[in-house]
Design a binder for this molecule. Structure first.
Ligand code: URA
Length: 221
């Protein structure tokens, strides 16, 4: 079977499991689960925190105000939404958009792990502290705060994959604090340069230099 059909089938099975999931209490309060969406062959995968009000209504990630900003940031990186894959740490909305609880993260992240294993992205962009904390820990890196790690590219091994991890702020943070917008713009400019091969990790290691000529393909071999 062609690999892309394998991916489609694997994601279909996973989405059905997410829709039927009752592993935490969030299934009782949400309207729709939000499994994630996008290109199963994406080079770039973005991971947010959890569905908000509009995502819960529509069953799709980042369709509210933060999603509109995310679309503009993706355009700044030279990326279209259709070519990336977008998922969240939690697939169901926490009531009132409260922070995810540890037991919810524990119950839900096996779904995210499987999404990463199916898509096999070369670049993972974490949006905000919840996805950064989870994926840094998965990669064996320590994480304290976003201001330490954003704006850098981390070459990591995660779920058996060689990945460039690029943490940035959650787009919603710029809706409440406009000064974060220029930080997000700078980070998405970096993401675009990494994807185009204009900004590469200098050498393997936990925290990597931001500028080096080369292509993503050269780096990934
Ligand atoms: N915020 C998130 O983290 N994810 C969404 O899908 C929407 C808003």
């Amino acid at each position: 079977m062609p690999p892309e059909l394998d991916k489609e089938k694997a994601m279909e099975t996973l989405v059905a499991e997410i829709k039927a999931c009752k592993k935490c209490l969030l299934h009782a309060s949400r309207k729709n689960p939000v499994p994630g969406e996008g290109n199963l062959d994406a080079t770039v995968m973005l991971v947010g925190e959890a569905p908000g009000r509009w995502e819960d209504e529509k069953g799709r990630p980042f369709v509210g105000a933060a999603g509109k900003l995310l679309d503009r940031l993706l355009a700044l990186a030279g990326l279209r939404r259709e070519e990336v894959y977008i998922a969240n740490v939690l697939k169901c909305r926490p009531p009132g958009n409260r922070d995810p609880r540890p037991e919810e993260v524990e119950a839900c992240t096996p779904f995210l792990d499987r999404q990463i294993e199916i898509i096999r992205p070369k670049v993972i962009v974490t949006l905000g502290r919840h996805s950064t904390k989870y994926l840094f820990s998965k990669a064996g890196l320590s994480f304290k705060k976003m201001s330490d790690v954003r704006g850098h590219v981390y070459e990591v091994e995660l779920l058996g994959l060689k990945v460039l991890l690029i943490p940035t702020l959650h787009p919603a943070s710029a809706l409440y604090n406009p000064s974060y917008r220029s930080i997000l713009e700078s980070d998405f400019d970096l993401i675009g340069r990494v994807v185009r091969g204009a900004a590469q990790p200098e050498k393997p290691g936990p925290k990597l230099a931001r500028e080096r000529k080369g292509t993503l393909e050269e780096f990934m071999v």
